[in-house]
Design a protein around this ligand. Structure first.
Ligand code: NAD
Length: 253
C-alpha cells in the first residue's frame, strides 16, 4: 500500500514499528546521500558519471585497476568526511532498543558501524570500501597505503606479501557474493516480523531478493524510497519520501 500522504504514512510506520518484535532493516545507497555520499541511480549519481568496472576487467587489466583506484581516491574526501545521517541513527536507536538484531546493507561506506552497530551485526552484502584486501592472500591494506603506492609508482597497488592485485574490500559486478553474509541475510529475512527496505532501487540482484524472501516468509514489508521500486506492489507500506525526514522521528535522544 502506497502512503497517500506523508503524515499518515509516518503514523502507520510508527504503529508497525511499535507492533513488531523483530525488525530487519535492509539499506541501500539512498540512506547515505544525506551523509554526502552520492548514490548510483539518482540523477547526478555515480552511474551518470562512471560506467562500473566489472570484476573480470579489474583482474585482467592494469588500466582498469588504475582507473578503479583513481575513482576511489577521488571519493576519499566524501568517505572520510561522512557521518551517520538521521536514517542511520534511527536504525541504531532501534538496534539499541533491542528491536533490531542485525542489519543487512548493500552499502560499502561503514556508516552503520559508525552509528553504533557492532561490526558483527552489520551484514555487508557488497563489502566495504573503507579498506582494501589482496585478491590472492586476503591481506588487509588501508586506503592511505594504497594512495601512497599509487602516488609513488603511478599504478594501482599490488600486495606487499604475494604480489597479487589489491582491491577495495567491495564486491564488484561479476564477483561472487560473500557466502556467509548471504546465508546470514537469508536467515534474518526469514525470521523477522517486519522487514524495512530503505534507500534502495531494488534492482541489484541477488540483494534485491531479500525483501521478497522476507515477505514470502510472513514478515510485513515496508519500503522507504524517493522513487518507486519494482517491489512496491508487494509491500504493506510504501513511503515515497526523504529518508532523513521519515526516520528522523525515530532517532530519539
Ligand atoms: P541505488 O543508487 O540503485 O538506489 C538508491 C535509491 O535511493 C534511489 O532509488 C534513490 O531514489 C533513493 N534515494 C536517494 N537518496 C534518498 C533520500 N534521501 N531519501 C529517499 N530515497 C533516496 O542504490 P542501491 O539500491 O543501494 O544499489 C546500488 C549499489 O551501489 C549497491 O549495491 C551499493 O553497494 C553501491 N553503492 C553504495 C554506496 C554507499 O555505500 N553509500 C553509494 C553508491 C553505490
Amino acid at each position: 500500500m502506497i502512503a497517500t500522504d506523508f503524515r499518515s504514512g509516518l503514523e502507520r510506520l510508527g504503529d508497525m514499528i511499535a507492533e513488531a518484535s523483530v525488525i530487519v532493516p535492509f539499506t541501500g545507497a539512498g540512506i547515505s546521500t544525506e551523509s554526502g555520499i552520492p548514490d548510483f541511480r539518482s540523477p547526478g549519481g555515480l552511474w551518470a558519471r562512471n560506467r562500473p568496472i566489472p570484476f573480470d576487467e579489474f583482474v585482467a587489466s592494469q588500466e582498469a585497476r588504475d582507473e578503479s583506484w583513481r575513482r576511489r581516491f577521488a571519493m576519499q574526501e566524501n568517505f572520510a568526511a561522512a557521518k551517520p545521517a538521521r536514517g542511520h541513527r534511527a536504525l541504531a536507536a532501534l538496534y539499541k532498543a533491542g528491536k533490531v538484531p542485525a542489519i543487512i546493507t548493500q552499502n560499502i561506506d561503514n556508516l552503520h558501524q559508525a552509528s553504533g552497530f557492532a561490526l558483527d551485526d552489520v551484514i555487508e552484502l557488497h563489502g566495504n570500501t573503507t579498506y582494501a584486501t589482496c585478491l590472492g592472500c586476503q591481506k588487509r591494506f588501508e586506503i592511505a597505503w594504497a594512495k601512497d603506492r599509487f602516488d609513488e609508482t603511478g599504478e594501482a597497488p599490488s600486495c606487499s606479501e604475494c604480489g597479487q592485485a589489491v582491491k577495495t574490500a567491495t564486491i564488484s559486478f561479476g564477483q561472487s557474493m560473500p557466502e556467509d553474509e548471504m546465508r546470514r541475510a537469508a536467515e534474518l529475512a526469514r525470521n523477522c516480523d517486519l522487514f524495512m527496505a530503505i534507500g534502495s532501487s531494488l534492482v541489484v540482484w541477488p540483494a534485491a531478493g531479500f525483501p521478497l524472501l522476507a515477505r514470502n516468509s510472513g514478515a510485513k514489508l515496508v519500503i522507504i524510497n524517493n522513487e518507486p521500486t519494482e517491489q512496491d506492489d508487494i509491500a504493506d507500506l510504501v513511503i515515497h519520501h526523504d529518508i532523513g525526514e521519515t526516520l528522523g522521528p525515530f532517532v530519539g535522544n
